[in-house]
Write a protein that binds this ligand. Structure first.
Ligand code: FAD
Ligand code: N01
Length: 546
C-alpha cells in the first residue's frame, strides 16, 4: 500500500506519550466514536492506527465499486442530531470515497484528529497486575501505559491471501481488495484476473470488466447476489426524510439487524403461502426493495431449509434468466442455503458475464496451483495476466486481535486462551484480561447487523461502564469465567437453531485453513441490547470489579 500521510495528525515520532487513561486501537467507525465518548467523560485517550489515514474499512477498501450495503442514511452515526441533519448523502448506498469523506468530516467536526496517531501498529500489550494497567507496545518499539485498552481493531480488517505459491513472483500489478493501493490499479486494456466472488469480488467485477481488455474471474464457490437497487438520492426527498430521522433510528433499533424498518421482515412463513404469493413477494423484494432486505421476505428463511430453498431457487431462476450462456449460468448458481454466507448485493453482476471480454473459470475441483511471473497456472493450463485482484476476504472477527501479542494475568496469551475459538462475555471482555474491551468483536451481533448502529451501542456501553468504574473508585473490571462460558454457550445455541452453521462462511472461521470452526457473532440486536442494559443495571453482573 502506498502511503498518504495526514500532516494534521500526530506522527509516531512526535507522540511518544508515556501514560494515558485509555489506548484505543483502530481509527474506524468504532475507534473514532470511542475517542469522542472517552473525552466526553474526561479521560485522556489516544487512538493508534496502523494505516496512514483514518477510516478503517473505508480507508483500506478503496477498490473500484466499494460501497455499503446498508442504506447510507442508516449506515451512519446517530449520536449527534446536528451531524445527521447536516450531512447529505448523495446515493442510496454510498460509495467508499463518500463514506471516507464522511468519516474525515466527523473526525474534524469533533476535533478528534489531535489524538489519532497514524502509521502505528500495536504489536503487544501486557497487563500489570500490581497497577491494574496495560503496557502497550507498537511495532516501532514505543511503549504506552494505560488503564484501559480498547480494541477497535475491526471485524473485517485482517486481509487473507490464500496460500498459493509464487505470489511474489508475479511481474504484473496485483492487489488485495482489502488493502487497495491509494493510486489504484490501471485496468485499461489489460488482461485482468479476479480471484474470489464474495461481496468484494462481486462489487469490483462489473467495473473492472468495463475497463479491461479481458477479465477472467476465478470462482471457487458461487455466491448469491441480489441487485442493490442503488440510485441517487433526491435532495427534496432527503430534506423531507430528515424531518423524522430520529423516528427511523428508533424504529430500526427494534429490528433484528438495526436497519430496514421501512421494509420489515414479513412475519409469514414461506411455505404457508401459495407459490404465486411467494413469487410475488420475492419479485417485490428483488425489484423494488433490493439488497439485503431480500432475506426479510419470510420469517423462516434462515431457520427452515425448505423455506430457504424457495428463495434460493428464485435467485437461481434470476441467474438463468440473466446469463445468456446456459453453461456459464449453471456455474454461477449457488447450491448452499441462501443467507448462510453473507448475502451479496450488486449492480449488474450477473449481466457482466454476458460481455464478450469476460470469462468465468470454475476452480472448485481444480484449484489455482501457482502464481507465475506472467499470470497463474491451473493444472496444465496457464492464464496470462497483466493484473491480479485478490478478492479473497479476511481473517474475520478474531484476526486483528490475534495478531497482537496480548498477555493478561499470569502472562496468559489471549491467542492461547482462544486457540479453540473466542471465549468472552457479551463480546466485550474476557476472563483473565482485566480492563481490556473489544468493540464489536466475536460474541457481539456486529457483522449480522447495521454495524454503525451496533458500534454506537457497544461504544456507549463501554464508556458508561468506564464512567461507572471511575465514579465508584474501581481500578479494574474483569469478566468472570462462569459468565463467559454461559455467554459462549448462548451464542452457539442460538446459531445452532438457524441455518448459519450449514456452510463454510467466515462467520464460522471456515474460510481460513486451520481456524477453529466456531460461529462467532451473536444473533439478535434487541435481545443483546436488553442483556447489556440488564448487566449494567445490576452493577455489572458477570464481571468482578476491583
Ligand atoms: P474497521 O473499520 O475495520 O477499523 C479497524 C481499524 O483498526 C483499521 O483501520 C485497522 O488498520 C486498525 N487496526 C487493526 N489492528 C491494528 C493494530 N494492531 N494496530 C493499529 N491499528 C490496527 N458493515 C455494515 O454494517 N454495512 C455495510 O454496508 C458494510 N460494508 C462493508 C464493506 C466492506 C468492503 C467491508 C470490508 C466491510 C463492510 N462492513 C459493512 C463492515 C465494516 O467493517 C463495518 O461496518 C465498520 O466499518 C467497522 O468499523 P470498525 O471501526 O469497527 O473497524
Ligand atoms: O470476502 P469473502 P469479501 N482460491 O470471504 C474466495 C463485507 N463486505 O472480501 O467461497 C480461490 O466473502 C472465496 O471462495 P469460497 C461483507 O460482510 C461487504 O468478498 O471460500 N478462491 C470467496 O469467493 C463480506 O461478507 C461489502 O470458496 C478463494 C472469496 O475468495 C465481507 O466483507 C463489500 C480462495 C472471499 O469472499 C467479506 O467479503 C465487500 C482460494 N484459495 C465486503 N480463498 C458490501 O457489499 C478464498 N477464496 C457492503
Amino acid at each position: 500500500m502506498s502511503t498518504k500521510f495526514d500532516s494534521n495528525s500526530e506522527t509516531a515520532a512526535s507522540n511518544a506519550q508515556g501514560s494515558l487513561d485509555a489506548v484505543i486501537v483502530g481509527a474506524g467507525f468504532s475507534g473514532l466514536f470511542m475517542l469522542h465518548k472517552l473525552r466526553g467523560i474526561g479521560l485522556s485517550a489516544k487512538i493508534y492506527e496502523a494505516g496512514d489515514g483514518i477510516g478503517g474499512t473505508w480507508y483500506w477498501n478503496s477498490y473500484p465499486g466499494a460501497r455499503c450495503d446498508v442504506q447510507s442514511v442508516e449506515y451512519s452515526y446517530q449520536f449527534s442530531e446536528d451531524l445527521q441533519q447536516d450531512w447529505n448523502w448523495s446515493e442510496r448506498y454510498a460509495s467508499q470515497p463518500e463514506i471516507l469523506s464522511y468519516l474525515e468530516h466527523v473526525t474534524d467536526r469533533f476535533d478528534l484528529r489531535r489524538d489519532v496517531v497514524l502509521k502505528t501498529r500495536v504489536s503487544g500489550a501486557e497487563f500489570d497486575e500490581k497497577s491494574n494497567r496495560w503496557k502497550v507496545t507498537s511495532d516501532d518499539g514505543r511503549v504506552v501505559d494505560a488503564q484501559f485498552l480498547i480494541m477497535a481493531t475491526g471485524a473485517l480488517s485482517t486481509i487473507f491471501y490464500p496460500d498459493i505459491p509464487g505470489r511474489e513472483a508475479f511481474k504484473g500489478q496485483s492487489a488485495h481488495t482489502g488493502a487497495w493501493p491509494l493510486e489504484g490499479l490501471d485496468f485499461q486494456d489489460k488482461r485482468v484476473g479476479v480471484i474470489g466472488t464474495g461481496s468484494s469480488g462481486i462489487q469490483c467485477i462489473p467495473i473492472i470488466a468495463e475497463q479491461a481488455e479481458h477479465l477472467t474471474v476465478f470462482q471457487r464457490t458461487p455466491a448469491y447476489s441480489v441487485p442493490a437497487g442503488n440510485y441517487d438520492l433526491d435532495p427534496g426527498w432527503l430534506t423531507e426524510f430528515k424531518n423524522d430521522y430520529s423516528g427511523l433510528r428508533e424504529r430500526n433499533e427494534a429490528t433484528m439487524g438495526g436497519f430496514g424498518s421501512d421494509h420489515p421482515v414479513n412475519t409469514e412463513l414461506a411455505l404457508q403461502v401459495s407459490e404465486k404469493e411467494r413469487e410475488d413477494q420475492y419479485q417485490h423484494r428483488w425489484q423494488n426493495v433490493g439488497g439485503l432486505l431480500f432475506l426479510g421476505a419470510y420469517a423462516d428463511l434462515l431457520t427452515d431449509p425448505a423455506a430457504n430453498q424457495t428463495a434460493a431457487e428464485f435467485v437461481r431462476q434470476k441467474i438463468r434468466a440473466t446469463v445468456i450462456d446456459p453453461e456459464v449460468a449453471e456455474r454461477l448458481m449457488p447450491t448452499t442455503m441462501i443467507g448462510c454466507k453473507r448475502l451479496c448485493t450488486d449492480t449488474n453482476y450477473y449481466e457482466t458475464y454476458n460481455r464478450a471480454n469476460v470469462s468465468l473459470v470454475d476452480i472448485k475441483d481444480s484449484p489455482i496451483e501457482e502464481i507465475t511471473e506472467t499470470g497463474l497456472r491451473i493444472g496444465e493450463k496457464s492464464y496470462d495476466l497483466d493484473c491480479i485482484v485478490f478478492a479473497t476476504g479476511f481473517d474475520a472477527m478474531t484476526g486483528a486481535i490475534s495478531n497482537i501479542d496480548i498477555r493478561g494475568k499470569g502472562g496468559t496469551r489471549l491467542t492461547d486462551k482462544w486457540a479453540d475459538g473466542p471465549i468472552n462475555y457479551l463480546g466485550v471482555g474476557t476472563a483473565g484480561f482485566p480492563n481490556l474491551f473489544t468493540i464489536v468483536g466475536p460474541g457481539n451481533p456486529s457483522v449480522l447487523t447495521n454495524m454503525v448502529c451496533t458500534i454506537e451501542h457497544h461504544v456507549g456501553w463501554v464508556a458508561e461502564c468506564i464512567e461507572y468504574l471511575r465514579s465508584n473508585s474501581f481500578s479494574a473490571i474483569e469478566v468472570t469465567p462462569a459468565a463467559e462460558l454461559d455467554w459462549v454457550a448462548e451464542v452457539n445455541a442460538i446459531a445452532a437453531s438457524t441455518l448459519f452453521p450449514t456452510c463454510n462462511s467466515w462467520y464460522l472461521g471456515a474460510n481460513i485453513p486451520g481456524k477453529p470452526r466456531v460461529f462467532m457473532p451473536y444473533l439478535g440486536l434487541p435481545p443483546y441490547r436488553e442483556k447489556c442494559a440488564e448487566v449494567a443495571k445490576e452493577g455489572y453482573s458477570g464481571f468482578d470489579l476491583t
